[in-house]
Design a protein around this ligand. Structure first.
Ligand code: ZN
Length: 468
């Protein structure tokens, strides 16, 4: 009798809008070949019958920053290791080049090839006027999504860029995202049937309020939050969705974490011609400005009421995706001299998406497993055109994560295996963990131990977006 490569036996498979289906998953040549109750002979059989175990599609993290503080050849290894630990089988790199894509993109793609443990794709940030002319070139390289940083302008336009492969020299650059650049990017993306990811904060409001807060001698996360008010997000969302409406272009608003920003996106979703998608991040579901400096991020952590609102939006299906906004930095560098005004924004998070949502969401009765699958893989695969990803159906890539809803672990930075030496979840006990990560039919993580090899992860060259 013919045997297949792998059988995941007696799995409870979570399928959005269908529910939980008990079946064996038959895997051959990296794909799901069948979902059946029949017994099939396989080279490797994984028993998923234990109570508390569920099979979900490998998570897709659409928002990851790596290659900024260590070069991509090294960061791909450390950060995709962290992804594998967290049940993330596809990560999307937010590429930030301070030069022409024609000059440097190939070098980044080449240096990425040899060390990824999970599959990956790229978004291209449009930071310079010249980048607009290179969007078609990016598409020819499989990049069909572009990122705009509306927050970077004038006195707050400075940011760390991606460093050159095999280098360790940090690259600091200045960005001036003018209204013209916003419009040209969205128009260009729309014409190419691509989607634009938008960091929506109004730079004028932020500069003014930050200056005022510093003059008053304020410090800490609350001051940070007040000086980058949610009203600035609302203003930026209204502006950018108006531009997108004129061009019939699709938008994806990243890292929304306040009540006001959610309101603005909902209004935009109703009134737009193109599609408007919205992402939140796990930290907006778990942390407020009462936390310490490790929690400095843009947009800032908000109030408890905002946290409750983000959960509510997630539960109601108003949020399309969860992105980690992972930044692979180290604590000493992040904290600097200890003031919120000089500390670096961003922290790691790729490994904790699923544990946080399983523990604080599903196990606490706030969301269902079906909803979790929608926002952690299913929707991202459709929005960003990741073919074969995001669902456990016949013909899909066999990216399967077994989660144990009863596993309880206390988070340490070490277990997350990132270049980062800290986590905002340090010391928290989370219940519900990925215990086995399978990528295209190969086990890459078992019980917290990464067994996948660097270079197995493939670059996903995309041909289209918005397949819905
Ligand atoms: Zn980001």
């Amino acid at each position: 009798m013919a045997t297949v490569d792998m059988l995941v036996r007696d799995a409870r498979v979570v399928i959005p809008r269908v529910g939980i289906v008990e079946t064996n998953i038959v895997v051959d040549d990296g794909r799901i070949k069948g979902l059946t109750r029949d017994m099939v002979y396989a080279d490797l059989t994984i028993d998923a019958s234990r109570p508390g175990l569920y099979a979900i599609p490998g998570a897709i993290d659409p928002h990851v920053h790596y290659g900024v503080f260590t070069p991509i050849d090294r960061a791909a290894e450390t950060e995709s290791r962290s992804a594998a630990v967290g049940g993330v089988t596809t990560m999307m790199r937010m590429l930030r080049l301070y030069s022409r894509y024609r000059d440097r993109l190939d070098a980044h793609l080449e240096a990425s090839k040899h060390s990824h443990i999970v599959d990956y794709a790229y978004h291209a940030s449009i930071l310079l006027d010249e980048h607009v002319e290179e969007m078609e070139y990016c598409v020819s390289k499989g990049i069909t999504s572009f990122k705009l940083y509306m927050n970077l302008r004038g006195e707050i336009g400075g940011i760390y860029m991606d460093i050159d492969p095999y280098s360790s020299a940090l690259v600091h650059g200045r960005v001036d995202t003018t209204e013209e650049l916003v419009e040209a990017t969205i128009a260009g993306a729309g014409a190419l049937s691509c989607i634009t990811l938008v960091h929506a904060e109004d730079p004028e409001v932020c500069s003014r309020e930050m200056r005022r807060a510093r003059e008053q001698g304020l410090d800490g996360l609350k001051a940070w939050s007040d000086s980058r008010p949610a009203s600035s997000e609302q203003k930026a969302i209204a502006f950018v969705t108006d531009v997108a409406r004129r061009y019939g272009a699709d938008l994806y608003i990243v890292h929304v974490g306040s009540s006001q920003a959610i309101d603005a996106v909902m209004e935009a979703k109703h009134s737009s011609r193109g599609r408007v998608y919205v992402e939140t991040c796990p930290h907006y579901l778990t942390h407020t400005y009462e936390f310490d400096l490790r929690g400095k991020v843009v947009p800032p952590l908000r109030s408890r009421d905002d946290v409750a609102r983000v959960w509510d939006a997630l539960k109601k299906g108003l949020i399309d995706c969860i992105g980690s906004d992972h930044v692979a930095n180290r604590l000493a560098m992040k904290l600097g001299d200890g003031s919120v005004w000089t500390a670096l924004a961003g922290f790691p998070g790729v490994a904790t998406i699923l544990p946080v949502l399983l523990s604080e969401g599903v196990n606490k009765g706030r969301i269902t497993l079906e909803r979790l699958v929608e926002v952690t893989s299913h929707n991202a695969a459709r929005i960003f055109g990741l073919e074969g990803k995001g669902s456990l159906t016949i013909g899909s890539d066999a990216d399967i994560v077994l989660v144990d809803m009863d596993a309880e672990r206390r988070v340490t930075p070490e277990m997350l295996c990132s270049y980062s030496d800290y986590t905002i979840y340090d010391g928290m006990v989370l219940r519900g963990w990925p215990i086995c990560t399978i990528l295209r039919g190969s086990v890459i993580m078992e019980d917290g131990h990464v067994v996948g090899k660097g270079g197995y992860g493939r670059y996903i060259a995309r041909r289209r977006v918005c397949v819905s």
